[in-house]
Design a protein around this ligand. Sequence first.
Ligand SMILES: [Zn+2]
Length: 88
Amino acid sequence: MNIIEKRKQAIKCLYASMALISLSIATFKLELVMILCAVTGVMFFLIYLHLSFKYWKCPACGEQFPVIYSRMDQRVECWYCLEPLIKD
Ligand SMILES: [Zn+2]
């Protein structure tokens, strides 16, 4: 799996965590549901951070890309050394 796919997975985890955390805020009256949503949401967020820090960097020069979703996510080559990120 290449790093672009890993990054897409990470972004999906980020969206899932945001959805779950909003759901936990919306269901604050249902204590158990709220806790479950909050805990899973935080777990997804941690997976996102883990995937981003571990894989979201240039395989050629090793520079870390911005962990926060940014224009970097639309690029196919490294910002720093211009090495293509997808290799077949
Ligand atoms: Zn690079």
